[in-house]
Design a protein around this ligand. Sequence first.
Ligand SMILES: CC(C)(COP(=O)(O)OP(=O)(O)OC[C@H]1O[C@@H](n2cnc3c(N)ncnc32)[C@H](O)[C@@H]1O)[C@@H](O)C(=O)NCCC(=O)NCCS
Ligand SMILES: Nc1ncnc2c1ncn2[C@@H]1O[C@H](COP(=O)(O)OP(=O)(O)OP(=O)(O)O)[C@@H](O)[C@H]1O
Length: 203
Amino acid sequence: MLCVGLTGGIGCGKSRAAHAFERLGAHILDADLIARELVAPGHENLTRIQSRFGPDSILPDGSLNRPLLRSRVFSDPADKAWLEALLHPQIRQLMRERTRQIGRRTPAAVVMQVIPLLVEIGAQKDVDRVLVIDCSPAVQYQRVLGRGGWTAKDIEAAMASQCPRAERLRHADDIIDNDGSPAALEAQVAQLMLRYRQLAGAD
Ligand SMILES: CC(C)(COP(=O)(O)OP(=O)(O)OC[C@H]1O[C@@H](n2cnc3c(N)ncnc32)[C@H](O)[C@@H]1O)[C@@H](O)C(=O)NCCC(=O)NCCS
Ligand SMILES: Nc1ncnc2c1ncn2[C@@H]1O[C@H](COP(=O)(O)OP(=O)(O)OP(=O)(O)O)[C@@H](O)[C@H]1O
């Protein structure tokens, strides 16, 4: 098995790259999706979130009020640290368990752990290689804006809260340049997947 930590700043194209790797046979574990499982309606984490962020942090249907949390987390470092202290240990434990399960079932698997904050939390030591999906801040900003749902203020605050681009790139074993077209992204994914399959012992 080869375990690749796939990271990048907000909107750099981690999900899009991960889907392209998945189509080529990689197993994807996404920290954002695991974080969502951990705050699904009825989960005990929601009770703790509500006691910190107030009654409006849970919507009438029992789901997390994501826009409210987003504006609080990205404007107040103490709120961000609190939420991360609650969720990150649980996210990492589930990532480790699921990676082990895949390795047992498929010994030559290529597993991609998609972790936005990989460098910030020091998760390099959990993976065999670090792959950074990189693009320029202007492109990053426009793509998140284009995806909809986020205010300009929240995008700027999220970008400012993440580690600087140069620092992230310093930890990269592999880099995908995602300033170009979707086809250019997919070509780089296909090239890297050949190498990853070899390293995993699949070929
Ligand atoms: C703040 C929350 C509620 C906002 O939810 P929302 O649906 O708007 O965004 P989503 O979860 O899809 O995240 C989108 C992107 O925001 C960025 N982001 C999310 N959490 C953080 C964080 N704690 N610090 C910096 N950037 C973050 C990442 O680039 C992520 O890919 C949500 O992101 C959350 O629960 N964050 C805490 C968990 C966490 O740290 N996740 C990252 C795992 S490494
Ligand atoms: N090469 C590209 N060309 C055009 N659009 C792209 C490209 N790569 C990604 N996008 C688009 O940019 C947006 C952000 O990409 P994506 O959601 O994959 O980023 P992400 O890094 O997973 O974001 P987040 O950090 O918010 O989870 C999406 O709408 C995606 O379809």
